[in-house]
Design a protein around this ligand. Structure first.
Ligand SMILES: [Fe+2]
Length: 223
């Protein structure tokens, strides 16, 4: 049986949502997975990375987190789910080499290193490109692939075409931009002209200025 990209990725997404014990709307939840998926699809076009492995990594790698802060074993736990996912048909059709790449990418993605394999490197790059959501500044030295480094550089520069393009892509793929600054622990998500802080929708006047400034800096979308 072949891996049917659209069908099986949807099944994997649903599986991961059911598995996830934390808040799906929080920083390691569904909108993060979708952005990692979007970044991965871009990187697969710019490198020799395997798109299917990248897409599976997006939905699997954080699915077993048990804590939003330090949880060094969550990558290992995600990797250990792969055999089950082959058995239940969701990852059926991936080749042994694709499964090995996915396993290593999940297992070690928390260790903060670079990887020479183009697919594993691109998996980690796609995850790290979404670090600005946590308030962490990204730097090319932590990226494995050349396109990853370029995208990182572009995301870090105000008004760069890359940043505008990535933000537009995230909107298209329904992976909403999601902000959390280093000082404000409550995540805010912009929905049209309103803001959602995890509990209620707020007009811009009720949102901390720091969050609005971060939105301006990061997306250049007029408020
Ligand atoms: Fe992640």
């Amino acid at each position: 049986m072949h891996f049917q990209e659209t069908k099986n990725i949807t099944l994997l997404q649903e599986w991961a949502k059911n598995e996830f014990v934390l808040d799906l709307e929080d920083i390691h939840g569904i909108s993060h997975w979708k952005r990692v998926d979007t970044f991965g699809m871009i990187l697969s076009r710019l490198t020799n990375a395997d798109k299917i492995v990248l897409r599976c990594f997006a939905y699997l790698h954080d699915s077993q987190r048990q804590c939003e802060d330090s949880d060094p074993q969550h990558g290992e736990r995600a990797a250990s789910q792969i055999a089950n996912l082959v058995k239940n048909g969701i990852l059926k059709g991936l080749t042994p080499s694709q499964l090995n790449l996915l396993e290593e990418a999940c297992q070690k993605h928390t260790h903060g290193k670079n990887h020479p394999d183009p697919t594993i490197g691109a998996c980690w790059d796609s995850d790290r490109l979404d670090l600005p959501r946590t308030g962490i500044e990204i730097s090319p030295q932590y990226f494995s692939t050349e396109p990853g480094k370029t995208l990182c550089q572009g995301l870090s520069e105000e008004k760069s075409q890359i940043r505008i393009l990535l933000n537009n892509l995230c909107e298209n793929t329904k992976a909403p931009i999601f902000y959390q600054t280093a000082h404000i622990k409550v995540p805010y998500q912009r929905i049209g002209n309103l803001w959602f802080n995890g509990k209620e929708t707020l007009p811009p006047t009720k949102v901390p200025t720091e969050v609005l400034l971060s939105q301006c800096r990061n997306t250049l979308i007029p408020l």
